[in-house]
Design a protein around this ligand. Structure first.
Ligand code: ZN
Length: 359
């Protein structure tokens, strides 16, 4: 009997570690104030700064190499499990140990930001559902701003905007937008670390334009994506670096930073990106009105949207990866999953109505 218990002891301990971990995470999911005060204000800024400081010495992505190494190791261990007839239980525990450790490194180095208080609360923005009238009014404003920026850049309403900067120059300029909004969001972006993804081709097929590596804190941008959108993509990833995990908040902060950037190309990228989400909302609300508003948009802007559309056509893949990401977001308290990107509309409207009169 004793020998039997001894044999199973490591498995019992291991199962208990999983149960305790999942219960603790479940508990933390419902403690936004605790997460805000302890993790987001004290612990995370230090971890993020150390990570970015270490990573900024390398011009290429260390996080991507880590992903490659980690995934290769995982596949190798799975293969060993399949061919290991002698001691599969031991091998299974080894894999499970690796997953448990990865889970905790993920949550401690960044993932707990998902359980923070909503950004709208911190910025004193209304969290009420906006009205149709508000949606139409802000859409209209964004169209006017986008048209004006497009015309200022190209001197014509029918020429698509082309950014004359190199990919690296766009990434280097991105932090300026965050300097402009630092006092408003009460966070400073120190030690910038934004890099091209080593897997740009692969992620293009996954419809991914950028991502944050939660293990190294590096912001990664898809270098194949149409250049005109890069300022907005890079600004979105910086928001994640600053500890704003939800996609609607990163979209909103990316918009805010890039639209406050002194550079016209950044302002333009921010405005047409936000306008895109507003048009999706408008289409859902009233498709006839959407068609009417589409006519108000300069041809040059529509040509830029077409560039993104063509990019996705070029990198078409039979598997839809967005479903996996949708499930991941839902597991991390993002109730609307992939649709949460679009919820930036509420934040932009709330911001507009709170600040437009005073600006
Ligand atoms: Zn994101």
């Amino acid at each position: 009997m004793n020998i039997k218990i001894k044999r199973y002891q490591p498995f019992i301990k291991h199962s208990l570690a999983w149960i305790a971990s999942l219960l603790l995470l479940k508990f933390l999911q419902n403690q936004p104030q605790l997460i805000e005060k302890v993790y987001a204000e004290k612990f995370y800024p230090i971890i993020a700064l150390i990570n970015r400081w270490l990573m900024h010495f390398f011009s290429f992505s260390i996080g991507d190499l880590l992903y490659f190494g980690g995934i290769s190791y995982f596949i190798y261990q799975i293969l060993l499990l399949v061919i290991n007839y002698k001691n599969p239980a031991f091998q299974a525990r080894k894999i499970s140990d690796f997953l448990l450790q990865t889970l905790w490194i993920f949550y401690l180095s960044w993932g707990l930001n998902y359980f923070r208080q909503p950004l709208a609360e911190q910025l004193h923005l209304s969290q009420k559902k906006y009205t149709a009238e508000q949606l139409i009014k802000v859409t209209d404003t964004l169209i006017k701003q986008a048209n004006s920026l497009q015309y200022q850049i190209t001197n014509s309403d029918s020429i698509a905007v082309e950014i004359p900067y190199s990919f690296e120059h766009i990434l280097n300029k991105t932090p300026i937008g965050y300097q402009k909004i630092a006092s408003y969001i009460k966070v400073k972006y120190r030690v910038p670390c934004i890099k091209p993804s080593l897997f740009s081709t692969q992620i293009s097929y996954m419809k991914v334009s950028g991502y944050l590596n939660p293990f190294t804190g590096e912001a990664q941008v898809n270098k194949l994506y149409p250049k005109v959108f890069l300022p907005s993509i890079a600004s979105h990833e910086v928001a994640h670096q600053l500890g704003f995990a939800p996609e609607n908040e990163a979209n909103f902060l990316g918009y805010l930073a890039a639209s406050h950037h002194p550079d016209l190309y950044f302002k333009y990228a921010a405005t047409i990106d936000a306008l895109y989400y507003f048009l999706i909302e408008l289409k859902q609300y009233d498709s006839d009105l959407f068609k009417e508003y589409l006519k108000k948009i300069n041809i040059g802007i529509l040509k830029n949207y077409k560039e993104a559309q063509n990019f996705h056509k070029r990198y078409r893949f039979p598997i839809n990866f967005s479903k996996t990401y949708d499930a991941y977001l839902k597991l991390n308290q993002q109730k609307s999953g992939i649709k949460s990107y679009n919820e930036m509309v509420s934040l932009v409207i709330a911001y507009y109505y709170r600040h437009s009169k005073s600006e």
